[in-house]
Design a protein around this ligand. Sequence first.
Ligand SMILES: [Zn+2]
Length: 291
Amino acid sequence: MEILKNCPVCGQTSFVLYAKCQDKLVSHDFFEVQKCNSCAFLFTNPRPSKDEIGPYYQSEEYFSHSTESKSLISKVYNKVRDINIRSKVNLVKNELKDVESILDYGCGVGLFLKQCKLDGLKVQGVEPSNEAREIASEYSISVIDPDELSTFLGQSFDAISLWHVLEHIHDLDEKFNELVNLLSPSGKMFIALPNPDSWDANHYGSDWAAFDVPRHLYHFTKPTFKKFIAKYGMKIVGIQPMKFDAFYVSLLSEENSIMKYPNAFLKGFISNLKAGSSMNYSSLIYILERQ
Ligand SMILES: [Zn+2]
């Protein structure tokens, strides 16, 4: 385990306990989410180091790397995922009319890039899992390990996407800096993150499934994300809701309830309703440009 002495966003050293959360997926251990007293950033601390985190991903239920799973949740999840992929591709094409190239960081088995490729884009994936990279290569998608990112130096991409990925990256500053350097001057980044300021997050508290400790190392809110990206000369130019996530995260958060399906439907519905004016949906897609 490693203990962060400095806030990953502002560098200050004073934190307070925000939530004590259990890893319900793999280890069943408890982890603290701490809040920076200076900038209010939420982060998992202490956390397994980069070398220790691997076993925490060893779960059949960890969908992002698995293509076939049999439970009802995963069937629904897969359907919704297909719809989500289409809407993500549409979002990128609407935001960047002349988009030619895209780099997807944390591309998993490459389903999003597969669709981008079918839509005529030049695609590049980045993914730490060997297994996932091998599956992606079956779709003839080029996928490299994150440690090979620097080999792209001097190249640029019109779009760079991280779909629920940024919160997993240990060497956050190094990798985000590399990605910003790979973005073309008028390019855009698309970053999806869970939102701990959402109604469902407040409702479930430390049981909110999207804390997903210890795999989620950071828990960005709109203000703390804005502060983080400003360090790299980036700004938010748009925010899109991910409405399905309210239902999915509620379902995972209701795991021990005998009424989990009706409860999750109700809570997801309320979360989306409450988010209407504040845009504090369960998950958000941030669209970024250079300042
Ligand atoms: Zn801070």
